[in-house]
Every structure is written in structure tokens, then in C-alpha cells.
Ligand binder design. Structure first.
Ligand code: ADP
Ligand code: MG
Ligand code: MG
Length: 904
């Protein structure tokens, strides 16, 4: 029989798949002997069963009974007992943390009777009624789906009536009355009474947590974070402990290190006389954790000791939720803490320095995505800026945009291609769509652990929070800062590193990390100036990247087809060019030459002249590129796109000719061209006359490119350079195609060598593998090839049988929603389908030529998950866009030390 329930004492941190992150870590803390309130976890498997059948498995109910009785016996209290009630929380917790996405209900077990028992036992009537009203409020909102504002408004009204501002100022009678009001809200909106039976409350809450897995906002979040939709959530049932029992009680959150700088220290927020998320909800101003030392030294010291123990145990920065109930410390949650990209690099490096982890482990603690974030531009320190306010630096980056006050405005701006900043008093999970659409998030309330801060960090979005001088009136569409009143028409700029808020557009410049990547450590440090944190960051990136370079097996090249891009690629650490496209070299001013070649007869003098002209120009292109790439491989792909891309558009030309005919001024060349354009028009250009097919159909075209390349190489050799060109034939499907081009290429190489008196025999000829047929006959192709490069963009198109440009914008979103793709196969390689074709191609190629060099070009070469896959199947190098080269170097290193492609 399946086991659906685990007591906290039964699990451990390795069981996240089954117990979710929260449950696995609660179990781990229990195992470590830390003060965790007793409880148990219902597995994700139970959730999956529920979501599949829409009923709670019967055996789950009986297992829950057994587990609950165990907790009751341990505590010497019964759930909802009228005299001395045990209360529990019902908490969601999936494998991957989804902050604020799913639901938790506190104080389960309170009803009209047990609330009196609780009051008596605790000697605190106010506390008992406060807990009860919280239960009805949370239960009403999350389990019964009642609009939360109804409760919040009733609370506000009551406070106004009493003339108080804080909810702690309401007395027991006020709260008793509020419970009655809340119960009426339930009865009125749902036509049912708030359930009085404790076990019914618990069962309903469990089901609600299961269901919360599929709410819209949870789905949006998962899509963004690439978390699969089929994991389900676990449910934790945890004995309640009370931070709202008055003066000596409170609740807090903390990190074992500063989550934005990475430095160790006392870092967190504490709120006295509060429960649950009060501390992060921005309801009252929190205290810094350090202040707890003054308030309750014993608990403070115990907490510090536990923080140290957890960090040593997890060997990483942890984040922690705790509650103090009348001087007794309780641990409610821990996990390896989310962190900014900069903190990830610094923390990993610091932990190595502290000899807590090895350098290989450190590589596993950072990701290519984080490195990408660090390469984002920043505000120009030199620029004139109008600083109007300052908040807390919650998530780094430099964001500029128009003000958006809500989801609708943010989404409308994004749809119109206008950048915007979401400006809210505070955010909650309902604001997620607006956060996704905005460039950055600015809030007036809440600290670095507020919803806005946590979610923005998770998304890699710029966030400034708790800017208290902002007076936001979303209904009026205004925000007042000092004596300035801004509206949705105003542009603001927020700096997630400093918390600064500017009015107007502010120019951005390279980040010091980018300066380091491009120009070396000294330059990076100089760019960091005397900012200690930034210097430390640059050094951390340098150390980790240097280590990645040392351990990686995959080589990294760049896709570049201009001298500038080639230069940038080398700066970023590319070891060669894996894909130099040549088609752009035939456009612009050279297009008439191509047209002449197409319109002229095969073998005619006119075509020969056009080709000669193109060859001369092409030689200059290659000369420049090869000079930059001196001593490094440069793979030149012969011309690839369909022929008609070099000709005028059919519609335009038809109109022109028709108009000219009427006017009697028609150009005979236009007439000729129209015939040609019609002839070469294709229904499915992607599957038409392109690649090697074009090379064979238009004899001399590939030849002129290969001759230009050889001539350029010969000239450079005689000038003392070391050019290393490689000729790559695109869209090969049959060995005979490759053979024909290869024969032509070899004779050109021999001829140019003889003519120029240099040895060009080292120029290699290989094929791009982008058709299933090529991969599946790679053992034959390998006979004629010195190397292969998997063109995974086209391979994805041809394996799936769809064309990217036609389908991506049309139905991919539906496919992702329906779970057909987890992520677009053009972004990250489809391991099961396209990946299998790649690995089969690798196997077949190596069966003929064990040492044949195998590369990957195409966007997947810069995608972390894909890079890990290519490492595993034995590819020799990846080639990606220049800007992705550092990311690829890092991920190749991470793959080599066995790290996952993400740390989520
Ligand atoms: P989240 O996943 O949003 O952090 P949690 O399940 O951790 O949700 O619970 C929400 C809040 O309630 C947190 O502040 C947590 O510390 C608090 N909480 C949860 N269970 C208990 C409990 N048994 N006693 C006291 N506070 C609790
Ligand atoms: Mg929550
Ligand atoms: Mg929590």
C-alpha cells in the first residue's frame, strides 16, 4: 500500500520530491534535534492522486487520523478540544519553493467552544479571539474562496470605529465582535456556516492546499520558473505555536547571511506580538533581528546558535522562519535561501574561503542565468539624475519605465512594447501578472523579505521596496513623492543595487562584471571603483569562471560573422568561431551581383563575371575575420538560405511590372526577374532550394566562397598569420551531396596552395547536421567529413516538422499551457526527441571516426540545460552568441563537475 503520510520524525532533506521542500526541511530540522513543533507531512503523491481523481484517497484519511493521534498524544491535547485545544496549521509546500503562490491556514481547530478553552488555558482572552478571527479570515479566503477584501475591509472599519490604527490595539471584545462579523460574511457569501468541527476544518484545508496547486497564479509562476506542472504539492500539518500571545512573543524571518551581499551577520526582521505572515506583510514596522537581543536575549542566543548549526549542516546560506511563544523559540521553516545573483557568487566564494565547501561544489552553487543577470547594464554614475527617494535595494538591476499602478496597466504597457515599473504600496500574489510584465517593481512598504522582494529576486527582476516616502493612490493614479505628484505618464528609474529612485530616463552603462569579462580582472576592479561589494563580486566571478575553465571538457566557440563580433567573442573567452554565417555578405550593395548571377545563363560569361566580383568582395570579408581570429578555428558555413531571399519580393515586383507596363516603361530586366522570382517561389522555403541543394543547383556559388576563403588564408599565411578556417556545408542529407562539394573544395584548396605557394591542406571540410537523415546516416557522412556541427535550430524544426517563424508566436503558448512542452524546444533542447537524434548522430559518427570533432551551433549552445546535455553525450564544443560565451564557459564547467543545470 502507498504511504501517504510521514511524521516529521520520519523524513529528511533528501525527500523533497515526496515531502516538498518545506516538509523535507522540517523533517531534517526535527532530526537535528531543533525545536520544531510536532507534525506530519502529506506527500506530493497524495496531491497528484487527488488532482487526478478529484477525491481524497480513502487511505489518506485513515493515515491522517493515525498521524494526528500521534501528535495529540505527544502534546497531551486533542485537536479542537473545548477545554484545552490542540491547534494546527495546514501548510502547502512543493518540491520547489513558490513564495506566496499557494496557501497556508493557521489556527485550525478553533471553534465557538475551543476558543473559550484557549482563552482560559492561555489566560489571554484577546489572543484567543485574535486567533479565531484569523482562522475564519484565512479559511474564508483560501478554503472557501471568499474575496479576502471583505474580511480586510471589516477589520479596517472596526479599527476606524474604535479610532485605532494598529490591529494590536483592538481588545478582546472588539475581536469577539469581529469573529461574529466574519462568520456573517461566510454565511452571506457561501450560504453555509463556518465549519465548527475541527477535523472537518482540517480536511477542507488539506483539500484546498491540493487545489491551490492549480490556481492561475501558481501556474503562471511555474511557467516562468520552468517548474513542471505535474509535481503537485505536499501538505504539512504542524502544531501551532503562538507569536501573538502578547509582549514576550513574536515572529520573525532571518537569513544566516545577508541575502544580497553574502556577508555573514545578523540579518532578518522580527515583529512582536504577531502571527504568521504579519512580519512580511508590511502591516506594522518590523524590528531588525539584532534588536531581539535586547528584547529576549535567551531566545536570541539560541537562534544564533541554530543559524550557525543550520549553515554548517546545509553548508550554505539558509533562510529561516521562527516564532517565539512566551520566551520559547520554535523553528517553523528553513531552506537553502534564495539569493541575488551577486550574492550567489560571493557566498559560493566565501564558503570556499571558509573551507566549508570545495571549489567544485562552489561551481554548483552558481548558474549561467545568474551570470547573465550580472552582465546587465547599470545606471551611468556620471549621468545627471534627479534622485527623489530611496527605498531598500531588494533585487539588483537598473530599470527605467513609465509608472504602472496595477496589473492591467502593466500588461497593457508590455503589450504595447512600452517599458514600465509596477508601483504598489506592497505586493501580494495577485500582483504577479503585473510583476511579470514590468521591468521592475517599486513598493512603499515591506522589507527585503516582503513578497515583492522575494518574488522579484526569484524572477531576476529589479526591485526597490519599502520606499516609505512614496504616497501611492492607485485609484487616483497618482504617486506623491515629497511635493511632486507623478502619474502613469511619468517615467521613473529604479536602482536595485542602491535602492535609489529617480525621475526621468537615466542612461545605463556596462556592469563591472561585463567590463571584467571583456577586459580582464584589473579592468573589472577598476570599474568597481571603491565599492567593496562590487570588487568582491568581480573577484568572485573571476575565481569561479577560472575554475570552470580549468575543469570543463566542452570547448566554447562563438557564432560571429563580423570582425567586431569576432573580437568581442574572443574578449569573452571564445576559443574559436563555430558558425560564421555568410549570407549577409551577399545582401545590401552586393545584391545586384547576386541577381545578375541568377538571371544569367549557367556557364555564361555574365555569370562568371558576377561570381568573380563576389569572390573578390568575399575574400575581403574573410581576410578581416581570419585576421581577428588568428590562431583560432573559424568555421565558415557556405551560403544557406533559400535563393529567393536574395531576390525581390514577388508581390512588390508584380505590382511594379504591372504599373510600368501600363505606363509603357517596363524594364526588360524586371520582366526577366519576375519570371525568375515566380520560378523560385516556394510554398515551404525552409524545406526547399537551400543549403547544399543551392550549392549543387548553382554550380560555382560554393566554389567562389571556398576560393575566397582559401585566397584569404593564403594571403594571411604569407603575411605571417596563422589562419585556421574550416569549411562547413549546410543542410546535407546524403553522403553524395557532401562528396560533390568536398571534391570541389579539395581541388580548390590544392589549386590555391599551388598558385600561392603555401600549404593550405590543413583546411578541413565538414557538414552541418540539421536533418534527421544526416544524423541517422552519420556513419556514412563521417567518411567524407572532418567534423560535424549539429545545427540544432534547424534540427529541431526538421525533427518536429514545424517552422519556427510560423509556429512560435501562434501556438507555443497553448502547447506550454497544455503541458506538451515544458519550455520551447527552440530555447532548450528537447532532450527526448531532438536530443536522441543528436546522441544517435554522435554514436554513428564516432563508429566510423572515433576522433571526429563534433560541435553544436545554434542557440542551444548558449542554453544551460542544453549545454549539460551536450556535455553528457560527448560533444566537443558548443558555439553560441558572443554575449552567451561566459555563460557557456561557466555551465560547461558546472556540467564537468556533475552539477545540475539549475539550483532551483
Ligand atoms: P509560506 O510557504 O508562504 O512561507 P508557511 O506554511 O510557511 O507559508 O506559513 C505561513 C506563515 O505562517 C509563516 O509565517 C509561518 O511561519 C507561519 N506558520 C506556519 N505554521 C505555523 C505554526 N504551526 N505555528 C505558528 N506559525 C506558523
Ligand atoms: Mg504564504
Ligand atoms: Mg514559510
Amino acid at each position: 500500500m502507498v504511504k501517504y503520510v510521514y511524521d516529521f520524525s520520519e523524513g529528511d532533506k533528501s525527500m523533497k520530491d515526496l515531502l516538498g521542500g518545506k516538509g523535507a526541511n522540517l523533517a531534517e530540522m526535527t532530526k537535528l534535534g531543533l525545536p520544531v513543533p510536532p507534525g506530519f507531512t502529506i506527500t506530493t503523491q497524495a496531491c497528484r492522486a487527488y488532482l487526478k481523481d478529484s477525491v481524497v484517497p480513502e487511505s489518506l484519511e485513515t493515515e491522517v487520523t493515525t498521524a494526528l493521534r500521534r501528535v495529540e498524544d505527544l502534546m497531551g491535547r486533542r485537536l479542537g478540544d473545548p477545554q484545552n485545544p490542540l491547534l494546527v496549521s495546514v501548510r502547502s509546500g512543493a518540491k520547489f519553493s513558490m513564495p506566496g503562490m499557494m496557501e497556508t491556514v493557521l489556527n485550525i481547530g478553533l471553534n465557538d467552544e475551543s476558543v473559550k478553552g484557549l482563552a482560559e488555558k492561555s489566560g489571554n482572552e484577546r489572543f484567543a479571539w485574535d486567533s479565531y478571527r484569523r482562522l475564519i479570515q484565512m479559511f474564508g479566503k483560501t478554503v472557501l474562496d471568499i474575496d479576502g477584501d471583505l474580511f480586510a475591509d471589516a477589520l479596517e472599519d472596526l479599527k476606524k470605529e474604535r479610532g485605532v490604527t494598529g490591529d494590536t490595539e483592538l481588545n478582546a471584545d472588539d475581536l469577539r465582535g469581529l469573529v461574529e462579523t466574519f462568520k456573517k460574511i461566510v454565511a452571506k457569501t457561501k450560504g453555509m456556516d463556518f465549519p465548527q468541527d475541527p477535523r472537518t476544518q482540517m480536511d477542507m484545508a488539506i483539500e484546498a492546499v491540493f487545489r491551490s496547486w492549480n490556481t492561475d497564479r501558481a501556474r503562471i509562476y511555474r511557467r516562468r520558473e520552468r517548474i513542471p506542472h505535474d509535481l503537485g504539492t505536499a501538505v504539512n500539518i504542524c502544531t501551532m505555536v503562538f507569536g501573538n500571545m502578547g509582549e514576550g512573543s513574536g515572529t520573525g524571518v532571518c537569513f544566516t547571511r545577508d541575502p544580497s551581499s553574502g556577508h555573514s551577520g545578523v540579518y532578518g526582521d522580527y515583529l512582536e506580538n504577531a502571527q504568521g505572515e504579519d512580519v512580511v506583510a508590511g502591516i506594522r514596522n518590523t524590528l531588525a533581528l539584532a534588536d531581539l537581543e535586547r528584547i529576549d536575549e535567551k531566545s536570541y542566543n539560541e537562534l544564533r546558535a541554530i543559524m550557525r548549526k543550520l549553515e554548517t549542516h546545509y553548508r550554505d546560506m539558509c533562510d529561516i522562519e521562527f516564532t517565539i511563544e512566551q520566551g520559547k523559540l520554535w523553528m517553523l521553516q528553513t531552506r537553502v535561501g534564495k539569493r541575488t545573483a551577486a550574492a550567489a557568487f560571493r557566498i559560493a566564494t566565501q564558503l570556499v574561503e571558509e573551507k566549508l565547501i570545495t571549489r567544485n561544489e562552489a561551481l554548483d552553487r552558481v548558474t549561467g542565468e545568474q551570470l547573465t543577470q550580472l552582465m546587465f547594464p547599470q545606471f551611468d554614475a556620471e549621468a545627471d539624475k534627479e534622485l527623489v527617494a530611496k527605498g531598500m535595494a531588494a533585487s539588483p538591476g537598473a530599470a527605467v519605465g513609465k509608472i504602472a499602478f496595477d496589473n492591467a496597466q502593466a500588461e497593457a504597457a508590455a503589450a504595447a512594447g512600452v517599458k514600465c515599473i509596477l508601483v504598489r504600496r506592497e505586493t501580494n500574489p495577485d500582483d504577479l501578472p503585473g510583476m511579470v510584465a514590468a521591468e521592475g517593481v517599486l513598493t512603499a512598504r515591506g522589507g527585503k523579505t516582503s513578497h515583492a522582494a522575494v518574488v522579484a529576486r526569484g524572477m531576476g527582476k529589479t526591485c526597490v521596496c519599502g520606499a516609505e516616502s512614496l504616497d501611492i493612490n492607485a485609484d487616483a493614479g497618482t504617486v506623491k513623492i515629497g511635493d511632486r505628484v507623478l502619474t502613469a505618464d511619468d517615467v521613473i528609474a529604479i536602482d536595485g543595487q542602491t535602492g535609489e529612485i529617480f525621475i526621468g530616463d537615466v542612461p545605463v552603462v556596462d556592469s563591472p562584471v561585463t567590463t571584467y569579462l571583456a577586459h580582464g580582472l584589473a579592468a573589472g576592479l577598476e570599474a568597481a571603483g571603491d565599492n567593496e561589494g562590487t570588487r568582491e563580486l568581480v573577484e568572485s566571478v573571476d575565481r569561479l569562471l577560472t575554475h570552470a575553465d580549468k575543469v570543463r571538457r566542452l570547448r566554447v566557440r562563438a557564432n560571429a560573422d563580423t570582425p567586431e563580433d569576432s573580437r568581442r567573442s574572443i574578449e569573452f573567452g571564445a576559443e574559436g568561431i563555430g558558425l560564421c554565417r555568410t549570407e549577409h555578405m551577399f545582401l545590401g550593395a552586393r545584391r545586384p551581383l547576386v541577381e545578375r548571377a541568377i538571371l544569367s545563363e549557367a556557364g555564361s560569361q555574365e555569370r562568371r563575371d558576377a561570381f568573380d566580383e563576389l569572390e573578390k568582395l568575399q575574400k575581403q570579408d574573410f581576410l578581416q575575420m581570419l585576421e581577428v581570429m588568428d590562431g583560432k578555428s573559424m568555421t565558415v558555413r557556405l551560403i544557406d538560405p533559400p535563393l529567393h531571399e536574395f531576390m525581390p519580393a514577388l508581390g512588390d515586383l508584380e505590382v511594379k511590372v504591372a504599373v510600368d507596363r501600363v505606363a509603357g516603361t517596363v524594364d526588360p530586366d524586371d520582366e526577366k526577374m519576375l519570371v525568375a522570382v515566380r520560378r523560385f517561389h516556394e510554398q515551404n522555403p525552409m524545406l526547399g532550394l537551400r543549403g547544399v541543394r543551392l550549392g549543387i543547383y548553382l554550380p560555382g556559388l560554393f566554389g567562389l566562397q571556398m576560393r575566397a576563403l582559401c585566397e584569404a588564408a593564403a594571403e594571411l599565411v604569407s603575411r605571417g598569420f596563422d589562419p585556421r578556417p574550416e569549411i562547413m556545408v549546410p543542410l546535407v542529407g546524403s553522403v553524395r551531396e557532401l562528396q560533390l562539394i568536398r571534391e570541389e573544395g579539395e581541388s580548390i584548396i590544392a589549386q590555391v596552395s599551388a598558385d600561392r605557394g603555401v600549404d593550405l591542406s590543413k583546411i578541413t571540410i565538414g557538414a552541418m547536421i540539421e536533418l534527421p537523415r544526416a544524423a541517422m546516416t552519420a556513419e556514412d557522412l563521417a567518411e567524407e567529413a572532418d567534423f560535424f556541427s549539429f545545427g540544432t535550430n534547424d534540427l529541431t524544426q526538421t525533427v518536429w516538422g514545424f517552422s519556427r517563424d510560423d509556429v512560435e508566436g501562434v501556438f507555443f503558448a497553448d502547447y506550454i499551457e497544455a503541458g506538451i512542452f515544458g519550455v520551447s524546444p527552440f530555447e532548450s533542447i528537447d532532450v527526448h526527441g531532438v536530443g536522441t537524434v543528436v546522441s544517435e548522430g554522435v554514436r554513428r559518427a564516432r563508429s566510423t571516426k572515433p576522433n571526429i570533432k563534433l560541435g553544436v551551433c545554434g542557440e542551444h549552445g548558449g542554453d544551460p540545460a542544453s549545454i549539460h546535455f551536450f556535455h553528457e553525450v560527448g560533444i566537443d564544443y558548443v558555439s553560441c552568441s558572443p554575449f552567451r560565451v561566459p555563460v557557456a564557459r561557466l555551465e560547461a564547467g558546472r556540467a564537468a563537475v556533475g552539477g545540475g543545470s539549475t539550483t532551483a
